[in-house]
Design a protein. Sequence first.
Length: 281
Amino acid sequence: MTPWAVELAAVETGDWAFYRAGSTRCAEVVGGDAVVDGRPARSLAAAVEVYSRKSGRSTWGHLSVRFQACQDGAFFDAEYEFYRFNHSTSYVLDKWLPDAGVLNDPVWTRAQRGAMVIYRNGNPGDDGDFALASRLNREIYELWITQTDAQRDAWLTAVDRLWTDQVAAMDAGQPLPDRYAPTTRNCTTPVRLAFGEETALPFGWKRWLLKSGRVERTVVYPSAWALRQMVRREGGMEAVVALAEQGWTVERFRPLFRWSRALPAGVRQEIALPPAEPASP
């Protein structure tokens, strides 16, 4: 069985542990062969994120990719997600792109229903995206990929270009170019850019990557359910934190399917976490 390192730094946000660690590395780094937002960057690491299955659109799970890089001495940490454009998409994108007028145009947004849309979540471990997944009762299995610098730079450049092309299309009031297809062109699109047309299933990619020898480190961000189980089994939150700081590894959590219902009142206080340092690259 694959050992998964338990990562707690993203479950309770506010300490910006990932950003602080990355900023130390990037303080004197300039240039690079990757391109982010049209400017040079130097990639540091890339990971595939596989979210546990749940009801609704994520019956088969969800997949995204995460890149860490340095750009002009600053740390860049972003998760790229590919979704089907729906009634809530414009509200989500407006958080990052408040100047994109088409997001408030009902004619344009209605015409995009069913299109492929990209989200770029900045600082997902620090800014609450991974923590939200935990609260919604989903584990995230994070697979850090072994690549050459050139391969990783090219992958980051290709994925970020899709994002910047999307922003440019919206600024020009143009339609999104691609359609979302559940069994082909879906959330697994960004990992296909690097590794080809292996499968359309997020957990299929997880298995394939592990077998391929392309993974250097495996990390799990526990769901609220999983964290609660660990707290009870180990005798308290302090014991769980101490184990995680020592490099605690676990097997994949079961069951695979997660309901999104809220936990009972008081559970968040029961599993409240102190600030933690990230163990990820």
